[in-house]
Design a binder for this molecule. Structure first.
Ligand code: IVH
Length: 680
């Protein structure tokens, strides 16, 4: 591609991808599939590699990171980042309102917002592009973490609409609760220290040196404050709502309040309701809305007089730790669990709390029989925060972490530098085997939803499955009539499962249907350590089929985008095991997909050298299929019209932009019938 065309193409792809990002992360209304998005991103990455000087600063390729920062540059804030005065007392909120009413004559409108519990960040935009992201630091100067922040998908790299030429917007970077739980579980499985809470995990993530690692952290950001000389409105609320139009993720949990009673009900509503939020909050922030009134009220040395934070109290109780039990995960990692005397805490009954690993037990110095303090704020998981040693029984003994697996009696191992102990008996330890099969059938993997945890257990207990491939060899007669009673536990009631005709048919149909699941998800399903969905997709797209992957070398693997030494090592280890190769062979024999369909056998070379963009709804082919057909006839399927496009294949409801572009560049527009003639 020549320089001029590349320049146009890079701009076009950058805009297109930023637009898709906005639709996905801000509007939650994507218009392309993940696959199509990845293909566009790959095209842009390729072009930027070829023409590095043409890469734009707001390129979405920055979102995958890759730059290493040894030391963050210190940047002075244009407007100091002040903190908020805060209180735990409702009375002080009333006093705040009275103080304001004394200074301001006109009626005051307050904006109540949630106080997000993360890491504050200040973003500077010039001409609509994100140019700088700086942490709070000491309020006067902070760390320049721009490269890391660019990996956060909900932060726009390029704004839309009528934004001011230059302004700052501030907000909070955080990790949603569900993602935090997943992240911690992964860390424990990998033998790393779990994060104490989502706030710490966000703070740690944003300061990592390798932005590619930051990109893997599920960070999100909500914006709550604008600063600048030519903001569109002279009040906080309207500016914030406008920022939403520019592409920022602005919280919906916000209320205009005219009096103290409205403020109090907002506080009470969220003190109760915070458990149901997808992220953590630690209070409510109350701000005077009008800019002129804010100015009149001014600042103290540390905080504005026009705002205050009401902080929720974390609830804490003490209860007895009856026993410590140990759970074995899918990868064999051992997690100690504190079984507590049931206790009411922040609206729920707490019976258990995770102790994460041996180091956590050591640090807390906790023993069986101890009275412990359990705390739960807005946090998702109750935490044991300490031991009441004054209540300790004189005969109590220091806890000794188990040395053999509680499930299969194998001697546990601990890798150098890792916090977790592992059961190494991968092939014979029941929870590890069941865990792998449960992972295999899970929604994002093979999606066999006619099976579930209980049914997997039943099949395993009856000796019918020992690995995922066994599922495809089950027969109707083997399943019919199986029965099992699951005893009641603290969490679940007694349950009886029995396989009648309908259940068996459903199970077998579900297994059969999973043979259509594409290769990238199969690769995720087989459970290679450290290979999550994204990495599996990368590997599948790069190597196209399992044969190529089986024989791959370490040197070759680490050349693939996003594949580091840890993943490469794990992939090689997986394929070096006879057992895994045998499972793959058995799955393959039953028709499970082990290659990406797009590289199926060629049909002709009728489209050789032709680049075709297909868009709109076609009668004969789906989006994926048309790409495959073009490729199998020797052509190249592209997603956006450019001067390199030979034909635009226009389906029903094709977007006007593509048509216009094709006309402008004089690219021939063909119908589906004409296309079929070409490949006849
Ligand atoms: S406004 C000058 N609004 O709380 C006031 N801050 O203790 C600017 N925070 O540093 C801050 N949620 O990190 C504001 N809705 C919200 C907030 C919020 C969380 C954090 C922020 C700030 C700290 C103050």
């Amino acid at each position: 591609m020549d320089y001029k065309t590349a320049k146009i193409k890079i701009q076009e792809l950058t805009d297109q991808l930023n637009d898709h990002n906005y639709r996905y992360y801000i509007q939650a209304k994507p218009v392309v599939s993940d696959y199509d998005f990845d293909m566009l991103l790959e095209e842009l990455t390729r072009l930027e590699k070829e023409f590095p000087e043409l890469a734009l600063p707001d390129s979405p390729t920055k979102r995958v990171g890759g730059e290493i920062t040894k030391e963050f540059k210190q940047v002075r804030h244009v407007y100091p980042m002040l903190s908020l005065s805060n209180t735990y007392s409702e009375e002080e909120i009333r006093e705040f309102d009275n103080r304001i009413k004394k200074t301001i004559e006109n009626p005051v409108e307050y904006i109540c917002e949630l106080k997000y519990d993360g890491v504050s960040i200040s973003l500077t935009y010039i001409n609509g592009s994100l140019v700088r992201a700086v942490t709070r630091g000491d309020g006067v100067q902070g760390d320049d973490v721009t490269t890391n922040v660019k990996t956060i998908k909900s932060i726009p790299l390029k704004l839309r609409g009528d934004y001011p030429e230059e302004f700052e917007i501030r907000g909070e970077i955080f990790i949603p609760k569900s993602e935090f739980l997943k992240l911690n579980a992964e860390r424990v499985e990998n033998g790393e220290e779990p994060f104490a809470n989502p706030r710490n995990s966000a703070a740690g993530s944003i300061k990592m040196q390798d932005s590619a690692e930051v990109a893997k952290r599920p960070l999100d950001c909500l914006l709550y404050f604008l600063l600048g000389n030519d903001l569109p409105f002279s009040n906080h609320y309207d500016n914030l709502m406008k920022a939403k139009e520019w592409g920022f993720s602005v919280p919906i949990y916000i209320a205009k309040c005219r009096n103290i009673e409205d403020i109090m009900s907002f506080i009470h509503e969220w003190d109760k309701g915070r458990e149901s939020l997808p992220f953590e909050i630690d209070g409510v922030v109350i701000k005077v809305n009008d800019d002129a009134q804010q100015e009149e009220l001014g600042f103290t040395a540390k905080s504005p007089r026009w705002a205050i934070a009401y902080k929720f109290k974390a609830e804490r109780v003490s209860t007895r730790l009856n026993r410590i039990t140990y759970q074995v995960g899918r990868t064999g990692a051992i997690t100690p669990v504190a079984n507590l005397e049931p206790v009411q805490l922040a609206g729920t009954i707490v019976k258990r709390a995770t102790l994460h690993n041996a180091d956590v037990i050591e640090t807390l110095g906790v023993r069986e029989g101890d009275m412990v303090f359990v705390e739960k704020g807005g946090e998702i998981i109750p935490k044991i925060i300490g031991v009441d040693e004054t209540m300790r029984d004189v005969n109590s003994k220091k806890l000794k972490f188990i040395e053999i697996c509680p499930e299969c009696r194998t001697k546990l191992v601990r890798n150098e530098g890792e916090a977790a102990w592992y059961c190494p008996n991968e092939e014979g330890c029941p929870p590890q085997i069941k865990g792998r099969i449960e992972h295999f059938i899970s929604r994002n993997a093979m999606n066999i939803d006619s099976l579930g945890e209980g049914k997997v257990e039943m099949l395993f207990d009856n000796g019918l499955i020992k690995d995922p491939s066994d599922l495809y060899y089950l027969s109707f007669d083997q399943l019919l009539g199986l029965e099992k009673v699951f005893e009641a536990t603290d969490e679940k009631k007694e349950k009886k499962l029995s396989f009648k005709e309908k259940t068996v048919t459903n199970i077998l149909n579900g297994i059969e249907a999973s043979k259509e699941i594409p290769f990238d998800r199969v690769l995720y399903a087989v459970g290679i350590r450290f290979v999550g969905q994204t990495v599996a997709r990368k590997l599948a797209v790069h190597y196209r089929n399992i044969e190529a992957l089986k024989w791959v070398t370490f040197e070759n693997l680490i050349l693939v985008d996003e594949i580091g030494e840890k993943i490469a090592g794990s992939v090689l280890q997986f394929f070096s095991r006879e057992k895994n190769l045998a499972i793959i062979e058995r799955l393959k024999n039953k028709g499970v997909q082990f290659e990406l369909k797009h590289v199926s056998e060629p049909l002709s070379d009728k489209l050789k050298g032709k680049t075709i963009v297909a868009s709109g709804k076609l009668e004969r082919y789906s989006r994926e299929e048309i790409k495959e057909v073009i490729e199998r006839h020797g052509g190249k399927a592209a997603s956006s019209v450019s001067s390199k496009t030979d034909f635009l294949l226009a389906g029903e409801n094709i977007g006007p932009n593509k048509l216009e572009k094709a006309r402008e560049l004089k690219v021939p527009i063909i119908t589906e019938a004409e296309f079929l003639k070409m490949i006849e």
